[in-house]
Structures are given as structure tokens and as C-alpha cells.
Design a protein around this ligand. Structure first.
Ligand SMILES: [Zn+2]
Length: 154
């Protein structure tokens, strides 16, 4: 089973984003580095939801915004680790639309359920497979790591 590792601040910022956009979905990208057992996420990048027609159950990052995010990731020596979005008043499980619109094989798709404006469960699904025809979601473990704390020695 693969594992998505992120810092507490990245985890919290992603969940807070879902609370801020409630009752609409939020979306964003995750930047990080690849490890043999999954992504180590360094940064969550907020994106505007371009699906104004049905923003409560659809999300989309504009291609031009994605290009900018990719460029910024490369500049920092990072890759696109995955994408996150929220499910207002729906479980943190991928929908048929989420699956149809997921094309980044090897990336993690993180979903946070937001119930009555409060972030509840967050799940991550790795888009596995060899090709678009063969792709499938595999649930993965999320490991939230504490930030290194600077200690002052007196
Ligand atoms: Zn969804």
C-alpha cells in the first residue's frame, strides 16, 4: 500500500481551504517528491475552481493555471504529487466524475469531506495502472508528520 506523507501545515491548509469555499468545492495541487512507497508532499497550491456551473460537485483547474503550477514546481525541484478537492456534505470517496477526470497516473488524489462547513474525513487515492484504459484508484495511507520544532537551548 502506498503512503502519502505531508506536514501538518500542508494537511491543515488543504482542509481549511475546503471549509473556506463551503458549500462549494475547493481544489488545488500538491507538490512534492516521489519516494519508493509514495509521495512526500512539500506544498499545497490553491487553485481557483473554474467550474462555476456546478461548483458544489465539480472541480477543475484551468489548464493555464496548471501550467503555472507545474513551472513553479520544477523551479523548486518538485513534481506534481497530486491534486486535492473537497466534497461538501458528501463522503470522502471518489465519484465516477472524479475517476473519469483523473488522468495523472502515479499521482495522488486527495478528497476531504466537509460536513456543514467543517472538514471531517480526508482520504487519498493513488491513480494506479499502466494506461488510461487500465487506470484505477487505490486508497492509500495518509501520514501527517510534525514540523521540525526549533528548540532554543539556554
Ligand atoms: Zn470529487
Amino acid at each position: 500500500m502506498s503512503c502519502l506523507r505531508l506536514s501538518k501545515s500542508v494537511y491543515e491548509s488543504m482542509r481549511a481551504h475546503g471549509e473556506e469555499t463551503y458549500p462549494h468545492e475547493c481544489c488545488g495541487a500538491l507538490l512534492g517528491t516521489s519516494t519508493p512507497d509514495g509521495w512526500q508532499v512539500e506544498q499545497a497550491v490553491r487553485a481557483g475552481n473554474t467550474r462555476t456551473d456546478s461548483a458544489h460537485n465539480r472541480y477543475n483547474i484551468a489548464p493555464v493555471e496548471l501550467v503555472k503550477i507545474e513551472r513553479e514546481a520544477r523551479r523548486q525541484g518538485l513534481g506534481i504529487a497530486g491534486f486535492y478537492h473537497s466534497h461538501p456534505d458528501h463522503p470522502a470517496q471518489w465519484s465516477p466524475t472524479d475517476f473519469a477526470e483523473a488522468h495523472w497516473i502515479g499521482c495522488s488524489y486527495v478528497i476531504t469531506a466537509v460536513a456543514h462547513g467543517k472538514a471531517t474525513v480526508t482520504n487519498s487515492f493513488l491513480l494506479a495502472g499502466a494506461s488510461e484504459e487500465d487506470k484505477h484508484f487505490e486508497q492509500e495511507t495518509i501520514r501527517v508528520e510534525d514540523e521540525p520544532i526549533e528548540t532554543i537551548l539556554g
